[in-house]
Design a protein around this ligand. Structure first.
Ligand SMILES: O=C(O)CCC(=O)C(=O)O
Ligand SMILES: [Mn+2]
Length: 192
């Protein structure tokens, strides 16, 4: 049984070996080829800036995040297999998945919470990692930090008040990092 890694106001459970190494290797290879990876762009202070990773959204419905509306792509057999792994570890059902592809240590995700209204007040989110290990940092509104290493084949489950009190990020790394794919399975409410 995984234990809660947060000292207060939320739940973060890390299942380090949700997928065995051989399966994880094969799944990573397939995801790199089979997913319809997109380069997205943001406008920050009038400048067009490339999002520092590639992304894709698959699910039963569209999803709005980072100020961009994402039309749904249909579930594939590969993603349905991974959804099952996520659902078993989170003990929760999901209807969408956001994929991030970090090409190397320069790719990152900045501080944010997965707190879109369409996810509800206490979303359960299951986050599968395949590929290079990256540091995942959580920061409480009060300042405390918790840092985890998310490795190949791991499943991190965030639940309870986590998205209300904590933000999280994958910082850039000065050391070279192997390619990494992260899948965050989410339950988007029908009215979202
Ligand atoms: O890559 C990760 O581990 C985190 C991704 C993330 O936070 C997100 O997609 O919202
Ligand atoms: Mn997130």
């Amino acid at each position: 049984m995984a234990t809660n890694l947060l000292p207060r106001d939320g739940v973060a459970l890390l299942h380090e070996h949700a997928i065995n190494r051989r399966d994880a290797d094969l799944l990573l290879e397939r995801l790199l080829v089979e997913i319809d990876w997109q380069q997205e762009w943001l406008t920050i202070m009038g400048r067009r800036v490339a999002v520092p990773r590639l992304t894709a959204w698959y699910g039963d419905m569209g999803y709005r995040y980072s100020g961009i509306d994402h039309a749904p792509r249909s579930w594939t057999e590969l993603l349905l297999t991974l959804r099952q792994v996520a659902e078993v570890h989170a003990d929760h059902s999901f209807n969408g998945v956001l994929l991030n592809r970090y090409r190397d240590g320069r790719d990152s995700v900045s501080w944010h919470a997965d707190n879109e209204v369409s996810l509800g007040r206490r979303p359960v989110i299951a986050s599968l990692t395949l590929g290079g290990t990256r540091r995942f940092v959580l920061k409480h509104r009060g300042g405390e930090r918790v840092a985890l290493d998310l490795g190949h084949g791991s499943c991190l489950v965030m639940a309870g008040d986590t998205q209300h009190y904590w933000r999280h990020s994958i910082p850039k790394s000065r050391r070279p990092k192997a390619a990494r794919v992260n899948l965050t399975f989410r339950a988007v409410l029908a009215c979202g």
